[in-house]
Design a protein around this ligand. Structure first.
Ligand SMILES: [Zn+2]
Length: 425
């Protein structure tokens, strides 16, 4: 599909989608009417900016089925967010929606080298969370052998690598690292002992350093995959073998990058918040959904030849952004620095304290098992070097605290990197 053909396709589908939601979902009729726009105002793709945004709160307010656009007998599946930070949000799928989802994820498996002979091990959690079943139907869509092991039970994950000859792994980056560390601890040499060739890892940001560590330890190529349950689930965008940006499935979604403060679109190459409009979803379509994920459009064409535009790897969430003494810091930037050091692991926690009137951040990192932790001078020298690099990279000082190996809690799903110990007033 040429870039021109993509635009023509998007415009046709956008026009149809805007009329569809206006007629079928009272929330959108009201919101367009309030903003003084009607479906007939969409003549060009740039007219999208005339439409109001959809916020997560709108989905919460409509809990559970208030934003569904189809009759209930057409809904074949629902998924829901965990609701850990408020009312859960529910997303529904028609049979067609599931087919599209499988196709989107399936494409990315193919980009990672999967064939009908591949064994795809899905170590994302199954359930209301979209990770497990999203990867599952992607694998089935292209005829792979899917191993629906779900997350957890790390010993069994390793056993499956060995016994089933898994070549493609799907899970979170932190869990992939945990599996790798456990396998090595059990005496395996994963690049030699397993047949792994690629991993589609997502659901949390992953720095270049963490990627390299996972790739080296497991002996595979890691493809960063992006998605969120409100928009579909995993498979909205993913890296190709170039590992240089994530191609968005632009035949199903329009991506915009906006300034999170002004909500005005920013130019290609500029960082901002990703906003998605679905073009083909039947049950839970969304117009200009604010993700709060921070990324940018990578200008230019990809060497792989795909024409779908690329977003950069997610830097963090607008609400994960820490403000340390007035400076904006994303946990991913900290990770980028600490993963350059061989003497420490990629596991870390940022502990927010309030020792002083200004918010203070303490960074907890741990040494690898081989590091002579009892040699105080070596430890202090390491701490100083890391603090220096962090300061030059973040433009602000962070208190570094080095702890013994295996002190920092491991997670089987999304890692909890920020611990907030500030006193609430
Ligand atoms: Zn590419």
């Amino acid at each position: 599909m040429s870039a021109k053909a993509v635009e023509a396709w998007q415009l046709d589908h956008l026009k149809a989608m805007v009329s569809y939601v206006y007629q079928r979902i009272p929330f959108y009729k009201q919101s367009f009417d309030d903003a003084g726009v009607s479906p007939s105002d969409i003549g060009h793709l740039s007219d999208l900016t005339k439409l109001p945004f959809t916020e997560k709160q709108h989905l919460r307010d409509a809990y559970p089925f208030g934003l569904f656009a189809v009759e209930r007998d057409e809904v074949v599946r629902i998924h829901a967010s965990s609701g850990t930070t408020g009312q859960a949000t529910v997303v529904g799928y028609t049979r067609n929606d599931l087919t599209d989802w499988g196709e989107c994820f399936g494409r990315f498996l193919v980009a990672a080298g999967a064939t009908a002979q591949s064994v795809v091990q899905v170590a994302y959690g199954y359930g209301l969370f979209t990770g497990g079943l999203g990867a599952h139907q992607g694998g089935e869509a292209i005829g792979c052998t899917v191993v629906p092991i779900s997350s957890g039970n790390t010993r069994r994950q390793i056993q499956c690598f060995k016994d089933f000859g898994t070549d493609i792994l799907c899970c979170t980056p932190s869990y992939a690292l945990h599996i790798a560390e456990s396998a090595i601890e059990q005496g395996f040499d994963p690049p030699k002992d397993f047949r792994l060739s690629a991993a589609l890892l997502g659901a949390e940001p992953c720095s270049e350093g963490l990627r390299q560590e996972i790739e080296a330890k497991l002996g595979l190529r890691m493809h960063d995959i992006y998605g969120l349950s409100e928009v579909m689930g995993p498979g909205v965008a993913c890296e190709c073998a170039q590992q240089n940006g994530l191609h968005v499935c632009e035949d199903h979604f329009i991506v915009e990058i906006v300034d999170p403060e002004t909500l005005e679109p920013v130019g290609d190459g500029q960082w901002g918040e990703a906003v998605f409009t679905t073009l083909t979803k039947q049950c839970s379509p969304l117009i200009r959904y604010r993700t709060h994920d921070v990324t940018r459009i990578l200008p230019g064409e990809c060497a792989c030849g795909r024409t779908f535009r690329r977003i950069d790897r997610i830097r963090g969430r607008t609400d994960d952004m820490l403000i340390i003494r007035g400076v904006n810091v994303f946990p991913s930037q900290i990770e980028e620095v600490i993963t350059r050091f061989e003497d420490i692991t990629a596991q870390y926690q940022i502990v927010l304290t309030s020792k002083t009137p200004l918010d203070q951040a303490e960074l907890w990192i741990e040494t690898v098992a081989e590091f002579p932790f009892d040699e105080v001078r070596k430890l202090e020298a390491l701490r100083k070097t890391i603090s220096g690099e962090l300061k030059s990279s973040l433009q602000v000082a962070v208190d570094v605290k080095i702890v013994e190996p295996k002190t920092i809690e491991r997670f089987e799903g999304k890692a909890r990197r920020i611990v907030d110990r500030r006193e609430r007033k």
